[in-house]
Design a protein around this ligand. Structure first.
Ligand code: NAG
Length: 237
């Protein structure tokens, strides 16, 4: 009987089948090259997914902060969230997307973005035979409110004025200006953090009464190209 080649085809299929079974199921992790911009107070998705897009449901997915001693942001293991050791600042604010996990998408959702969320994250995925990790960076952005100026009374031969502006990220610069827009020598800038880890800046200046009695406080955030300014008029006597 003359062969029609089908036995060879069977052999090839068998060989292909064997190689795909015996080879470890390798994968790569894909993350964005550019930082993910996150507006304070909003929610953000930190992308991380497998290539090829095999299911990650039976894998371990771990998100950590490499710049703070690998603090745990999120852990998925044995098909469950294992967040007993989660860093307190992430409690109740993180989740994966269960439907997406089946498609190899282990992106993390972070709700109510704070200043302290700024920085690097590591996405680590491990199957029984293989693991990979990749870094995602998050840039938190918050434009603060108009500066508020208050009068601190007479001091050191002039009048003390204090300027304060809240709700910035990253930290802005604060300068005092005279009525002609010239920068005034002022005290050191005091920096504080609010409950959302955003910056509060404060700076005082001592001014002399002059022709206009108008002074301005300007807060500049150069990376965000944002500026807020408030003018103050010292009332006569
Ligand atoms: C992964 O899931 C997130 C959330 O649903 C989605 O925004 C993102 O586009 C998904 N990425 C891929 C590559 O499918």
């Amino acid at each position: 009987m003359k062969g029609d080649g089908s036995e060879y085809l069977c052999l090839i299929i068998l060989l292909l089948h064997q190689t795909s079974v015996s080879r470890p199921e390798r994968f790569q992790i894909l993350v964005p090259a550019d930082p993910v911009v996150a507006d304070a107070g909003e929610d953000v998705v930190l992308p991380c997914y497998l290539e090829p897009s095999i299911s990650a449901e039976d894998m371990e997915v771990e998100w950590v902060r490499p710049d703070s001693a690998d603090a745990l942001v999120y852990l998925y293991l044995d098909r469950e969230n294992k967040n007993e050791k989660q860093s307190p600042s992430y409690r109740g604010r993180t989740a994966l997307f269960p439907e997406e996990l089946k498609k190899g998408n282990a992106s993390l959702r972070l709700t109510g973005v704070r200043g302290s969320d700024d920085g690097q994250y590591k996405c680590f995925i491990q199957s029984q035979l293989w693991y990979e990790d990749a870094f995602v960076s998050v840039r938190v952005r918050a434009v603060g409110i108009e500066p508020v100026i208050s009068m601190e009374g007479y001091r050191e031969g002039g009048i003390g004025l204090l300027c304060e502006s809240k709700g910035w990220y990253p930290e802005p610069e604060l300068i005092w200006l005279d009525s002609e827009g010239h920068s005034l020598p002022a005290g050191p800038t005091e920096t504080l953090r609010d409950s959302m880890d955003l910056f509060i800046v404060r700076r005082s200046v001592i001014v002399q009464k002059g022709d206009t009695n108008r002074f301005s406080c300007q807060v500049l955030q150069k990376q965000l190209k944002q500026e807020k300014e408030t003018e103050f008029h010292i009332p006569g006597e």
